[in-house]
Design a protein around this ligand. Structure first.
Ligand SMILES: Nc1ncnc2c1ncn2[C@@H]1O[C@H](COP(=O)(O)OP(=O)(O)O)[C@@H](O)[C@H]1O
Ligand SMILES: N[C@@H](CC(=O)OP(=O)(O)O)C(=O)O
Length: 511
């Protein structure tokens, strides 16, 4: 039967790429279809990019379950992976039954879900027989999550009268690449745009999983790869805007769950967004920014639960957009509201963030004076085990290094044993990195002193200080138990517009 739909994706309108994360697809699919996609498709040519479904949170989401299934298939004789596949099949079929009213659309969707799960089961069974799952095979396994999710989203859209088409990017890479570099990203952007353009007037619903990348997707890009996929699609299409839809109104001056007075930031620079993301406020995958901003495409963070909100725009404050004009929220008023101003009297940091579950390694050299090769030995040890250092503070005979929880799966006992060759090593656990971020801070003489005295007056003990590696970030390591208190006092004293920020050297007030 040839169907006709009320909503389609006519050519001639500007491209907008919309990315929906796993929890949004899991919890708000009706809202996404009716209040977001149907509204935007009236004025834009849309691309919808989705992650694998999550129920209540990412921890129990499809991608994590698929990773567990892959790991289980490697255990000789274990059959838990079969239960995981059966549960995934059941959950996705239940969504089809609950969400799709049209019998024909639902039947087709159910068949596709069954077929994807059957193939997954056979793949895992084969892996168990040969007792091997390479990083690439693991990528193929997790990619099933995005396929199942996008099949559901495309079917729900059709059921809600939107002419949508499922697009899998699993086979778009048809050349060998050695590494994830700009040449590879440019190639991907072109391929993604091409896949989307094949959909004509249908709204493409694209899998955030994009195939076998050099070194494997999970290790080279990591979790949250759908943001990067959406970004590269936006670049390939020279889109007007990339929208990342979340369950938060945008980027705030602090985590709104932890600081009640946190303010929504109308605009933020990509550098600031990167620092915030790296140091605990994971609103967007860090690789996303660079690709989109190179092409002068603004990124907008929006809330699926509040589609009419303005959200936060991530865009450099000092360049104009690709058509030569300033982006709409890039007005002097909005910039001033955020503290971006040429008027030196009205500046303040942009946001404060906390990264929990940090450990510090202190290495004291065996020698009492300059120790030749001390640093080289430390860094080569860290490199050998793939340990990433978040913050570092050094003297000639002493190094303190803060490591994030992403290092916990590394062989830290061996790292520490090897470091003991160069000196005494202490390990301090249950710490947090507190970072104050702001593009304007480099001109704010006295801000670091104020940050540390504010923490001291709230009784927060500072374990380690690091400033200078990035001129838009001042960070310190504190006890994890004080992290909420620390974030709140810093927010009240240095970021609240109601407070007066009087820097010692300039003595100018900020309303
Ligand atoms: N500065 C910040 N601004 C906005 N959200 C922040 C910030 N710092 C931390 N967060 C947290 O990041 C989370 C990101 O939103 P959400 O859509 O729930 O995440 P995900 O899509 O990764 O599941 C929110 O729960 C929010 O509390
Ligand atoms: N499903 C993948 C990809 C992704 O981007 O997820 P999300 O958009 O929900 O963070 C993951 O969990 O890593």
């Amino acid at each position: 039967m040839v169907r006709t739909f009320t909503y389609s994706n006519p050519s001639g309108l500007p491209w907008v790429v919309q990315k929906f994360g796993g929890t949004s697809v899991g919890k708000f699919l009706d809202k996404i279809a009716n209040e977001v996609i149907k509204e935007y498709v009236k004025q834009n040519r849309l691309v919808v990019v989705c992650s694998a479904r999550s129920g209540k949170d990412k921890q129990t989401g499809t991608t994590n379950r698929l990773i567990r299934a892959a790991n289980d298939a490697l255990k000789p004789g274990s059959k838990e992976y079969l239960d995981i596949v059966a549960a995934l099949l059941e959950d996705h079929l239940a969504v089809a039954v609950e969400m799709i009213h049209d019998d024909e659309i639902r039947q087709e969707l159910e068949d596709d879900i069954r077929s994807d799960c059957d193939k997954l089961k056979s793949f895992l069974e084969a892996a168990q027989i040969i007792n091997e799952i390479s990083p690439r095979s693991k990528d193929i396994i997790i990619g099933v999550g995005e396929k199942l999710s996008c099949r559901i989203v495309a079917a729900v859209l059709q059921d809600r009268d939107v002419d949508a088409q499922f697009v899998s990017l699993e086979n778009i890479i048809d050349r060998d690449f050695e590494k994830l570099d700009q040449e590879f990203y440019d190639y991907l952007a072109k391929k993604m745009a091409h896949a989307v353009e094949q959909c004509g007037n249908k709204v493409p619903v694209v899998t955030g999983f994009f195939g076998i990348v050099p070194g494997s997707l999970l290790t080279s890009v990591g979790r949250g790869y759908t943001d990067l996929c959406a970004a590269l699609t936006a670049v390939g299409l020279t889109a007007e805007e990339l929208q990342i839809w979340k369950e938060v109104d945008g980027i705030f001056t602090a985590d709104p769950r932890k600081v009640k007075s946190a303010r929504l930031l109308p605009i933020i620079t990509p550098e600031e967004a990167s620092e915030l993301t790296y140091y605990g406020s994971e609103v967007i995958h860090p690789f996303t920014m660079e690709q989109v901003i190179r092409s002068h495409i603004p990124i907008r963070i929006k809330n699926v639960e509040n589609p009419r909100g303005q959200g936060t725009i991530i865009f450099p404050t000092d360049i104009v957009s690709k058509d030569g004009t300033a982006t709409p929220p890039h007005s002097p008023k909005v910039l001033a509201e955020n503290g971006y101003s040429l008027d030196l009297s009205r500046k303040y940091p942009t946001a404060v963030t906390i990264k929990d579950h940090v450990i510090v390694l202190n290495v004291h050299s065996n020698r009492k004076s300059v120790s030749h090769g001390f640093f080289a030995k430390i860094f080569s040890t860290l490199d050998r085990y793939g340990v990433v250092v978040d913050l570092i503070s050094t003297s000639e005979v002493h190094v303190s290094m803060a490591l994030g929880e992403d290092n916990l799966d590394k062989d830290l006992d061996h790292v520490i044993a090897d470091l003991r060759v160069v000196g005494r090593v202490d390990v301090i656990k249950d710490l947090a990195i507190l970072s104050l971020v702001g593009k304007q801070m480099k001109n704010m003489v006295g801000i670091a002193g104020m940050m540390f005295s504010t923490l001291a007056s709230a009784g927060v003990n500072i374990e380690m200080i690091s400033q200078g590696s990035s001129e838009i970030n001042i960070s310190c390591v504190i006890d994890e138990r004080s992290s909420i208190t620390a974030m709140n006092v810093i927010h009240d004293q240095l970021l609240s517009k109601r407070g007066k920020l009087v820097l010692p050297s300039v003595k100018l007030a900020l309303e």
